[in-house]
Design a protein around this ligand. Structure first.
Ligand SMILES: CCCCCCCCCCCCCCCC(=O)SCCNC(=O)CCNC(=O)[C@H](O)C(C)(C)COP(=O)(O)OP(=O)(O)OC[C@H]1O[C@@H](n2cnc3c(N)ncnc32)[C@H](O)[C@@H]1OP(=O)(O)O
Length: 806
């Protein structure tokens, strides 16, 4: 079994390339690949073959000359739900065959049709006409009649009356009407008008358009099978995807629709409510929410919240599925963002107040070989974000249709029961905190207001936080690694100065094996040399340079600003994967090393400090796990996989000896407390591995350190966030120019903002927010140069660890 994405590409190019010796003539093959992948005739040929294969029980033609394309080859099956939290869900929906099914390209739906001239010629019309019909109840007109909205209107009117110092009943009635009118407008702006006809029609158009710019959209049929079964339970499915591109929600709805799974209503930011496209999206399932629920005149916007809550409540009650991008926007860095909680908290409360008996959560991750909409370089370098307009949308679509973006992969995780998850969290909460009465499962909607401040609400908040983080963690774990991710990662973390193709192939294979060992699937297959050449071509010469040096093919990253920001976007998928290993390498680099040994306590202390520094960058473990245990098991893993530490037997021997020596020298008979020691493998290869792993997070360390350094500008003064970020970026660019900063990609807005958030959390900074403006100043205890410097050194020490400069 192979990944359809490259299997198809490479199978096809092997089958059709005129070159007889593809191994020796990769460049020629690559050119052929590109030419043929754009050739419509070739596509038709492929489809005809696929049809024939489908009749023969195969998905695509497997010639004997391409043995690696056998579909029986096992590949990693990702996305099963958490064994700790959702044991019962994990046992459900999976069949023995689920894991073993071969990947499919959903753009090739016509292969399913066995015969009939008409159905083959009009296969897509036939396909969409055969889909299951769903009723999509419209609930918007019920919102204003709901008690929650009525109460919110009254509450706000009473408040406004008090503010006006008037007691006149007439004025109060006027305020009621005004707030009712506002509620009506909010509902009308928010509501979705999901239409079965529009979905089918769009699906037909997508069948025509998607192949113009994508090779394939690959899914695992086992995962889709789980969804189909889940949808038969009649429980609402809550799709929670990571957000990379505007294509995410289009492809998700497209895949669900074409597999007879009820299309979801999607929480869309109201910035997308632009002329024409807004109405179109509304008809395809979008319901519009404010990107930020800003307070109205300094107070919480109770009317808006009641409207949102009631609308979602009614949708779930009437059987709609819902989709929400927990990250609240597309990732700008290629790493998953920390979740936002508003929409999910409504869903959780809808379950807890008994409106729905349960819901099935479905984490989803999507990955693209080439990013389709924008590369966020300007934004990362400090230019303000541009609002979407009608013109931009048109221009964007035109540009996309005329470009080539390779393949993409969608991974649906196993659906799991919200009820079961909450029950487990509740039980764990009882065990770890017996004094807090666990009321989570039987909360009362009238007292447990979503936006209230009582004790139960705090419990509710931490529950929603845990669920959201679990989902983001799960999504990150089940994101397939694309060829461009692997190439960008190797080039930026290991071969910044360039590397010969031959050596890169070896590193590429190693990386693939490493990923397989940690149960990550990759979105490519075939010979590494072909995959690398293909990825080089996709990334393009602005990001990766291929040249002949001393007669050898050499690949070099363009590791300078601004290009490197885009390259690091691709690499960051894997930076997330290796973040904890990098933390351990950095922790080791500053630890106290005696006789080539390091104490577990020392290593753990540093590692925990780094994890806390990067709490807004990565989720290092699931909420149901203990971070220390996860770090320990990662160290154990490094002993086996990277041989950075020697195996335990040797380390234990060392502990025994050191304790004996200690007893001989100390007068008192008291036993030394047991300290686990790790013996470091000092071989050249192991030391190189430490450096390589440490460097994975070095751009972030630099960004955090320079942000700390720039806090000096805040001593005895205040700055707006935009000014502060601008001065950090300026400082970074200056340090880059003088060579004190090593990584161009450190110069990016995202990590700087996260660092500011962290320093605020650590109690160094204070932030005063008014509307969209954030004003930063130092806390009293830190409002002097010495304290700022001390703090800066605390972060900066990781840039200059002993093992890294040897
Ligand atoms: C056939 C083919 C078809 C193809 C064609 C298909 C097309 C199909 C449709 C297209 C559709 C487009 C889709 C676009 C994709 C996007 O537009 S992504 C962007 C929009 N989506 C989202 O942002 C969703 C996630 N975001 C949220 O949930 C955010 O919380 C909200 C609701 C946007 C609000 O954000 P915020 O103002 O920053 O506020 P936040 O701090 O998160 O908290 C808000 C409230 O939540 C509550 N809250 C906060 N933390 C917690 C907590 N831990 N627990 C409980 N409650 C909490 C608080 O009570 C808070 O209110 P306050 O107490 O502070 O007053």
């Amino acid at each position: 079994m192979v990944d359809f994405l490259t299997s198809r590409t490479f199978a096809s190019y092997t089958n059709y390339a005129p070159s007889t010796n593809q191994q020796n003539n990769t460049l020629a093959s690559l050119a052929t690949l590109k030419r043929y992948s754009q050739d419509q005739k070739y596509r038709k040929q492929l489809t005809r073959e696929a049809d024939a294969n489908a009749r023969d029980g195969l998905l695509f033609n497997v010639k004997e000359s391409v043995p690696e394309l056998r579909m029986t080859e096992r590949r990693t099956f990702m996305g099963l739900c958490c064994q700790n939290c959702t044991f019962t869900s994990r046992e459900s929906l999976v069949k023995k065959t689920t894991e073993n099914l071969a990947l499919i390209n959903v753009l090739n739906h016509e292969v399913a049709f066995k015969s009939g001239f008409l159905s083959r010629t009009f296969s897509h019309v036939f396909q969409v006409s055969q889909l299951k019909r769903y009723a999509f109840p419209q609930v918007a007109n019920l919102v204003l009649r709901d008690d929650r909205v009525k109460k919110a209107v009254e509450r706000v009117a009473v408040q406004q009356l008090k503010d006006s110092d008037s007691t006149e009943d007439e004025f109060y009635q006027e305020l009621i009407k005004k707030n009712q009118a506002r509620a009506k407008k909010l509902v009308s702006d928010m509501r979705s008008t999901l239409s079965d006809f529009l979905l089918r029609f769009t699906s037909w158009i997508l069948y025509k358009l998607l192949p113009c710019f994508m090779n394939s959209v690959v899914v695992h049929p086992g995962q889709v099978d789980m969804l189909k079964q889940a949808s038969k339970t009649n429980l609402p499915l809550i799709f929670l995807p990571l957000h990379r591109s505007h294509l995410d929600y289009i492809l998700l709805s497209f895949i669900l629709l074409n597999n007879d799974i009820r299309s979801p209503l999607v929480a869309a930011g109201d910035n997308l409510r632009i002329p024409f496209f807004g109405s179109l999206l509304r008809g395809l399932g979008a319901f519009f929410i404010k990107r930020r629920i800003d307070p109205m005149m300094g107070r919480k916007d109770h009317v808006y919240k009641a409207v949102l809550h009631t609308y979602m409540n009614l949708c779930l009650r009437s059987g709609h599925n819902i989709e929400c991008f927990l990250e609240g926007g597309r990732t700008r860095t290629g790493k998953p963002c920390m979740p936002k909680y508003g929409v999910l908290s409504v869903i959780v409360e809808t379950f807890m107040d008994g409106t729905i008996e349960d819901a099935l959560l479905v984490p989803v991750s999507l990955n693209y070989e080439k990013l389709i909409d924008g590369n966020f370089i300007k934004e990362q370098l400090g230019e303000p974000k541009k609002m979407e307009t009608f013109g931009d949308a048109l221009k964007g679509i035109w540009h996309v249709l005329n470009s080539s973006y390779g393949s993409m992969r969608v991974d649906f995780n196993q659906p799991f029961s919200l009820r079961e998850l909450i029950k487990t969290f509740d039980q764990n909460n009882k065990i770890s905190n017996p004094n807090v009465s666990a009321r989570v499962l039987k909360s009362n909607p009238s007292t447990n207001s979503l936006y209230g401040t009582d004790v139960v609400s705090e419990e509710h908040k931490s529950l929603v936080e845990n669920i959201s983080k679990h989902v983001i963690y799960d999504c990150a774990q089940s994101t397939s690694v694309m060829s461009t991710n692997a190439l960008a990662f190797l080039l930026l973390s290991k071969f910044r100065q360039g590397i010969t193709l031959q050596k890169l192939v070896v590193a590429f294979e190693d990386l693939k094996k490493d990923l397989e060992l940690s149960r990550r699937d990759v979105g490519f297959s075939g010979d590494a040399v072909d995959v690398i050449n293909y990825a080089v071509e996709l990334l393009g010469p602005a990001l990766v340079k291929k040249e002949k040096l001393n007669g050898e093919d050499t690949i070099k990253p363009i590791a300078i600003l601004p290009n490197v920001i885009e390259l690091s976007y691709y690499s960051n998928s894997l930076v997330t994967h290796f973040a904890l290993e990098s933390v351990i390498a950095l922790a080791l680099s500053v630890a106290e090393i005696r006789l080539n040994t390091v104490s577990q306590d020392d290593l753990m202390e540093n590692a925990l400090e780094l994890c806390s520094f990067f709490q807004y960058e990565f989720l290092f473990c699931k909420p149901c796990q203990n971070l220390e245990m996860v770090i320990t098991s990662c160290i154990d893993d490094l002993i086996i996989r990277k041989e950075i530490f020697l195996p335990e037997a040797e380390s234990n021997e060392l502990v025994r000896r050191s304790r004996n020596i200690a007893r001989q020298f100390e007068d008192d008979d008291e036993e030394e407390p047991f300290q686990k020691l790790y013996k470091i493998n000092t071989s050249k290869e192991a030391m190189e591995n430490v450096k390589y792993m440490a460097h994975i997070l070095m751009p972030l360390i630099e960004a955090y350190a320079i942000t700390g350094f720039t806090l000096e500008t805040l001593v005895q003064r205040q700055l707006l966030e935009s000014e502060l970020v601008a001065s950090v970026l300026k400082e970074m660019k200056e340090q880059l120019a003088t060579g004190s900063l090593n990584y161009d990609e450190s110069v990016a807005v995202d990590p700087v903002k996260n660092a500011l958030k962290l320093y605020q959390k650590l109690g160094i900074l204070e932030c005063h927010q008014e509307g969209k403006l954030r004003l930063y100043y130092l806390k009293e205890a830190y409002d002097n140069s010495e304290s700022v410097k001390l703090f800066y050194n605390k972060v900066n020490k990781y840039r200059t660890g002993n093992l890294l400069i040897q």
